[in-house]
Design a protein around this ligand. Structure first.
Ligand code: SF4
Ligand code: SF4
Length: 301
């Protein structure tokens, strides 16, 4: 049962983090208009099961008035709302309160603040800490999100395989920037999808191109071509050309189904899955989209 819709309000971001699984950055395209947000919210209402609307990106504060309007509209329609931000705007606690005031007035219930070295270096007084202080003063609920550079720990008790920690997901730019030197396994080890509920998703991400993602870059339909409520209502993983094999036997089944052979070994399920999907992108452009989240130029660019 779908309970959350996460708007990728924009793919644009003032940062270009190594761990970004959407390849966001200053030149990334794709931002919602207010009219598009209204269309999605109306469809979310039609579904009857959606409780939460999140606005994230990219960096949603880059489109501040549109973000605030999106939160206001969602709240007015009875949804609980949340925002995810990298906090670049929190240059001082007092100034951060000015940014957060209009958001507070919309009744936002979850403010997630990226607070780690990827975003802000190792400084003690990061923008996220300033934003957190301002949010606390205003009484906005929420908390930090912290992703660390991958670390390799020996297995517990000295048995088994080393553990890769840090919390980064190996998709998007993280595959290009963070996988080198980490322990790997052969493709046969990856026989289930471990990080997203692709059979019965509780949340989807939507972008301004119309893609409805069950995992980053894995679309179950285009909501500008078919109503979102219809896409969700009719979705069955087993009938989807990518989610079907993934749900049957994980990334290795996807590769076998379409004869994708990649050399080497891979850090985890998502690392292998992402590369298999990228190898299939020209065959399934409708389902593996948009190309920019695979680090590829859009056609015609
Ligand atoms: S991880 Fe967040 S802050 Fe970093 S580039 Fe991606 S969207 Fe921007
Ligand atoms: S990248 Fe593939 S294996 Fe990882 S969560 Fe997404 S669909 Fe599942």
């Amino acid at each position: 049962m779908l309970t959350q819709i996460h708007f990728l309000l924009t793919y644009a971001c003032n940062y270009e983090c190594d761990h970004c699984f959407l390849y966001c950055g200053p030149s990334a395209k794709g931002t919602f208009t207010v009219a598009q947000i209204k269309e999605v919210l109306a469809e979310a209402k039609n579904l009857g099961t959606v409780e939460w609307i999140y606005l994230e990106g990219g960096e949603p504060f880059l489109y501040y008035p549109v973000m605030v309007e999106g939160l206001r509209l969602a709240s007015e329609m009875g949804f609980k709302t949340g925002v995810v931000t990298n906090c670049y705007w929190a240059s001082a606690v007092e100034d951060a309160a000015l940014w957060l005031g209009p958001i507070f007035e919309t009744g936002v219930e979850d403010l997630s603040l990226s607070d780690d070295a990827f975003h802000h270096g190792d400084s003690e007084e990061s923008p996220a800490k300033r934003a957190a202080k301002a949010a606390a003063k205003l009484g906005i609920p929420g908390g930090p999100i912290c992703i660390e550079r991958p670390t390799v720990r020996p297995p517990a008790g000295g048995k088994g395989e080393p553990v890769v920690g840090g919390g980064a997901l190996f998709r998007g730019r993280a595959v290009e920037k963070l996988t080198e030197g980490l322990p790997t396994k052969p493709p046969d080890a990856f026989c289930e999808c471990t990080h997203e509920e692709i059979v019965a998703p509780k949340r989807v991400h939507v972008d301004s191109f119309g893609n409805v993602h069950v995992c980053q870059g894995l679309s179950i339909g285009n909501m500008w071509e078919r109503p979102l409520s219809e896409i969700i209502g009719e979705y069955q993983a087993v009938n989807h050309p990518i989610c079907g094999p993934l749900s049957r036997g994980g990334p290795i089944e996807l590769a076998k189904t379409y004869g994708v052979e990649l050399d080497g070994e891979f850090v985890d399920e998502c690392h292998y899955c992402y590369l298999v999907r990228r190898a299939l992108i020209d065959r399934f452009p409708e389902y593996l989209a948009p190309r920019q989240v695979y680090g590829l130029a859009e056609e015609g660019d």
